[in-house]
Write a protein of this length. Structure first.
Length: 483
């Protein structure tokens, strides 16, 4: 039998098959976020049409959105040659009380074009603007963190090759952590990021590198944020080759033992009839005049998860597709997902909170970029799904420490879920078979399961058991043995 999985009283979302031993008709299904309203349009004079590398986080009652402000224009000379002219790269911060409605605070910290009435928080250091490229901040939850370094960030500079660290007491006023980079030797020409992993008690970084021309992701760890291990390539559960720009990896807040990632996939194509038939062909040809990939490459968003931070279950089907927009879409720079998740109120009265995610639109188009908000059910990345004809899922042997089984689940009006508790050998326990289980129907984040003998499972705490789920037109997103 092997050693049973010990899940304690943790939430276990079905973002992988770690808990699953057998699926019968039922299958793991990836769910896609729902597009909502524009969260921010970067139409201020100091912003531009190449704004990207978004980070969202919540600090007490305030949500913050950090983003790179950048503008570019394709200039065509009389001889037909095209050059991309870029304006200076800066970092700005927007704020929100609810994660839905955003504003730019006039911080008065940094002068841009003769005025400090803006929300710019960082312009880098030195001629190479150290720390501006891919500036990615986080709140350091390390209990040993000095108060004046409560906020930390990493970023590269012009030319890449080095990763710099910045610190701040409040998320607005930043300074360099040290005069030397914390890492060197990789391109770092993307949104590299780092954070404190409270579950494992270490700092972890995710970094951009190339292997034989393929863009990919490496990871490194540190005990003090100054000295880092040699970066290692991520390993994926399948062998499909995908070019990944950003990674957006983080511990899932509701289950911090699990990492979730939202990388940007880069797909480069040659000029062909399919490209000619896409949106805005004239502007696409203009961009291709500077570099063919500027007119033909496409980016979209993926989802992946990991339990050790190195080996990932990556879904190669898009989590965020470029979509049906007629302008500013299907381009290199489109659908760059933000780093960070926010729980926000649903616009359905009485419905539970949702997860809000953010992604870019309109890169290189016009004079601004659009950051759109997307929503997803809490824990709703992947589900065990069964059709109307029914399906089953059986877990591996496990032990738990809670006394009540709760499900994040949704059924149709005709659908249902039943749960059987078995011993480690697969025999139903008396009073807890499928026929003893009270039918579970509805749509809830934490529905308690009960049997004819009640819902108290204290007698089974610490004993190896299996769970057998019988589902009909239903989705099971997560399970938890709650105390």
């Amino acid at each position: 039998m092997g050693i049973p999985l010990d899940i304690g009283d943790r939430l276990e979302p079905f973002v992988d098959d770690w808990l699953i031993e057998e699926l019968r008709v039922a299958a793991l299904v990836l769910h896609r976020p729902v597009p909502r309203e524009p969260a921010l349009v970067t139409d201020r004079p100091w912003e531009g049409n190449m704004c990207h590398y978004i980070t969202v986080l919540r600090d007490g009652g305030i949500c913050r959105m950090y983003y790179s402000t950048w503008h570019g224009r394709f200039d065509q000379a009389t001889d037909g040659t095209v050059k991309l002219r870029k304006w200076p790269l800066r970092v700005a911060c927007a704020e929100s009380l609810d994660g839905i409605h955003w504003r730019r605070p006039q911080l008065g910290l940094i002068e841009v074009d003769g005025s400090s009435r803006n929300n710019v928080v960082w312009i880098g250091v030195g001629e190479e603007s150290r720390g501006t490229e891919g500036f990615s901040p986080f709140i350091d939850r390390n209990p040993k963190c000095p108060s004046d370094e409560r906020y930390k960030a990493v970023g590269s500079g012009a030319g890449g090759g080095h990763l710099w660290a910045m610190v701040s007491p409040d998320g607005y006023r930043w300074r360099m952590l040290q005069d030397t980079p914390i890492m060197s030797g990789l391109p770092f020409d993307s949104q590299n990021l780092a954070f404190y992993d409270s579950f494992r008690g270490e700092y972890r970084a995710y970094l951009r590198d190339n292997s034989h021309g393929i863009r990919g992701i490496k990871t490194a760890t540190s005990q003090d944020f100054h000295h880092w291990s040699e970066p290692k390539w991520l390993v994926y559960s399948d062998e499909a080759v995908q070019q990944l720009y950003t990674n957006q990896i983080q511990p899932y807040p509701r289950a911090p033992h699990i990492f979730v990632g939202f990388p940007t996939r880069y797909t480069e194509r040659k000029w062909c009839a399919a490209i000619e038939a896409m949106t805005e062909p004239e502007h696409r040809r203009l961009r291709a005049g500077a570099s063919e990939r500027f007119g033909t490459a496409v980016t979209d968003g993926l989802f992946m998860s990991s339990r050790d931070g190195e080996t990932f279950r990556r879904w190669n089907e898009a989590f965020l597709r470029p979509g049906p927009r007629a302008e500013g879409s299907w381009t290199y720079g489109d659908m760059y997902q933000a780093w960070g998740l926010l729980e926000t109120e649903s616009d359905l009265a009485g419905a539970p909170q949702e997860l809000s995610l953010f992604a870019t639109e309109g890169y290189w188009h016009g004079t601004s970029t659009l950051f759109r908000r997307y929503t997803l059910r809490v824990d709703g990345f992947v589900s065990v799904n069964a059709p109307f004809r029914g399906g089953e899922m059986v877990t591996k042997p496990l032990t738990f420490s809670g006394s009540r089984l709760t499900l994040n689940m949704a059924t149709s009006g005709a659908g249902s879920i039943r749960v059987e508790i078995q011993n480690a050998d697969g025999k139903p326990l008396d009073g807890f078979s499928l026929t003893d289980c009270n039918e579970v129907i509805g749509d809830e984040l934490a529905r308690m399961v009960s049997w004819t003998g009640g819902e108290d499972l204290s007698q089974f705490v610490g004993r190896p058991v299996r769970l057998r789920f019988a589902l009909t037109d239903a989705d099971l997103y997560a399970v938890r043995f709650a105390k």
